[in-house]
Design a binder for this molecule. Structure first.
Ligand code: ZN
Ligand code: ZN
Length: 223
C-alpha cells in the first residue's frame, strides 16, 4: 500500500494495535506527523495561529465583514499542501478520507453549537469542474456529518495560484447565487480546502449576506 501523501510504498507491518492507535491510517510514518493541527490561540477572525490570540494585521485591515469568522484545521505547509495537490490535480479523491474523524472533531469543536447550520461548499467554475471532474470543497463537505447545499456558482477567472496577492485582492467577486435554490433559515458554514488571503471566502460570504443570510462562518481544511 502507498502513502496517500508521498506515494511511497509503506512496508510497515499492519497490526490491529497500530490501526487502533492511528486514526489517520493511510499516511506513512514520515508524513503522518507532518500533518499538524492548528492548536493554541488563534486570530478571532481568520483562525490563523497567533500566540497572543489577538486579531491579526490582515483582519484589522479588512473592511465590510460579511463573515463572522473562519476556523481551519491544519497548518498549510508541506504535508497538507502535498495532500491537497494530489487531491486537486491528480484525482486522488481518497487521500482525505483518513482525516474524516479529525475533520468532524474539528468541525464540532468550532461549530458544534450551530445545530441548524448548513454547509455550503465554495464552488469552482464550470470550466474547472470539467478539468478536475470534482470540487475539492464539496469533497471536504461530504466528509462532515452535516447537511450540505450547493448554493453558489462561480465565473471562470483563471488560476488563482498564478495570480499575485494584489491581483487576487483586486479581482471582482466571481461568485453568484445558483438559480432556483431556496436559502436555508439557519446559519451557513462555507467549506473550502484552504484559507490563504481570505479573499475567496469573503467574496462567497458577501454574496450570501447580500442574499439575506445573517450568520455566515467558514471552515477550511488548512490555513
Ligand atoms: Zn508518506
Ligand atoms: Zn486574522
Amino acid at each position: 500500500m502507498k502513502c496517500l501523501i508521498c506515494l511511497t510504498d509503506m512496508n510497515q507491518a499492519i497490526s490491529w494495535q497500530s490501526l487502533g492507535k492511528r486514526q489517520r491510517y493511510g499516511y506513512c510514518a514520515d508524513c503522518e506527523p507532518k500533518l499538524k493541527l492548528i492548536t493554541g490561540p488563534v486570530c478571532p477572525d481568520c483562525g490563523r495561529h497567533v500566540s497572543t490570540g489577538a486579531m491579526c494585521h490582515d483582519c484589522k485591515e479588512r473592511r465590510g465583514k460579511s463573515l463572522s469568522y473562519n476556523r481551519s484545521l491544519y497548518h498549510y505547509d508541506g504535508a497538507s499542501k502535498a495532500l491537497l495537490t494530489l487531491c486537486k490535480y491528480r484525482y486522488h479523491y481518497h487521500a482525505l478520507t483518513p482525516l474524516k474523524r479529525e475533520i468532524n472533531q474539528g468541525f464540532l469543536q468550532h461549530y458544534g453549537k450551530l445545530k441548524q447550520a448548513t454547509l455550503v461548499p465554495v464552488p469552482v467554475s464550470t470550466k474547472r469542474m470539467e478539468e478536475r471532474l470534482f470540487n475539492q470543497a464539496a469533497l471536504i463537505a461530504s466528509l462532515i456529518n452535516r447537511p450540505a447545499l450547493s448554493l453558489l456558482d462561480k465565473h471562470h477567472t483563471g488560476k488563482q495560484a498564478l495570480k499575485t496577492r494584489q491581483e487576487r485582492l483586486d479581482l471582482a467577486n466571481p461568485f453568484y447565487l445558483t438559480e432556483g435554490k431556496s436559502l436555508p433559515k439557519g446559519p451557513i458554514v462555507l467549506i473550502d480546502d484552504v484559507y490563504t488571503t481570505g479573499t475567496t471566502i469573503h467574496h462567497a460570504a458577501n454574496v450570501l449576506k447580500t442574499a439575506g443570510i445573517s450568520e455566515i462562518y467558514s471552515f477550511t481544511l488548512a490555513r
